[in-house]
Design a protein around this ligand. Structure first.
Ligand code: C2G
Length: 129
C-alpha cells in the first residue's frame, strides 16, 4: 500500500489540522505523522501551549492517522522516508518549495491550507478575551 508522511506541531488541534490529515489519508493507505517535540519547536522558534505528549496523543487518536513519530530535527525526514518506506511526503503550502530536496526519495506534495484558522490565531483570541 501507499504510505504518506507529514510533519507538524499540531498545537491546539483544530479543523485545519483535521482536514489536512483527512486529505492525506485519502491519498494513500497508511498515514504517518511526525509531531514536533517541544525541543524542536523551540528550534523552530515556535512557542506551544500544549506539551508534546498531549499533542502526540491527540494526533494519534485521529482515525486518519496510523502512526505517530516524534519530529526532533530538520534532518530526520530522509531517514524516516527510507526506514518507513514512505511513498509521499505532503504538507501545507505554507511550506511550498521548502521540501523539494525530498523529491529524490519520494513524491512531494504541497496542499492548500484551510482558510481562516491557525493555532496562533486561536492563541490571540484566547489571550484577548
Ligand atoms: N494547516 C492547514 N491549515 C491550517 C493550519 C495548518 O492545512 N489552517 C496544516 C499546515 O500546513 C501543516 C499542518 O497543518 O501541514 C500542521 O501545521 P503546524 O502545526 O503549524 O505545522 P508547522 O509548525 O508548520 O510544522 O518539518 C515541518 C514542520 O514541523 C511543520
Amino acid at each position: 500500500g501507499k504510505t504518506i508522511i507529514t510533519y507538524g506541531t499540531f498545537d491546539l488541534f483544530h479543523i485545519g489540522h483535521l482536514k489536512l490529515l483527512k486529505r492525506l489519508k485519502e491519498m494513500g493507505d497508511r498515514l504517518i505523522v511526525g509531531v514536533s517535540t517541544d525541543e524542536f519547536n523551540a528550534l523552530k522558534g515556535k512557542r506551544t501551549l500544549i506539551p508534546y505528549e498531549q499533542r502526540a496523543e491527540i494526533v494519534g487518536a485521529i482515525k486518519y492517522v496510523d502512526e505517530v513519530i516524534p519530529e526532533k530535527s530538520w534532518d530526520q525526514k530522509i531517514d524516516d522516508i527510507r526506514r518507513l518506506n514512505v511513498d509521499v511526503f505532503a504538507i501545507g503550502n505554507d511550506w511550498a518549495g521548502k521540501f523539494d530536496f525530498l523529491k529524490e526519495y519520494c513524491e512531494v506534495v504541497y496542499l492548500e491550507r484551510t482558510k481562516g484558522i491557525s493555532s496562533s490565531q486561536l492563541k490571540n483570541v484566547l489571550t484577548s478575551v
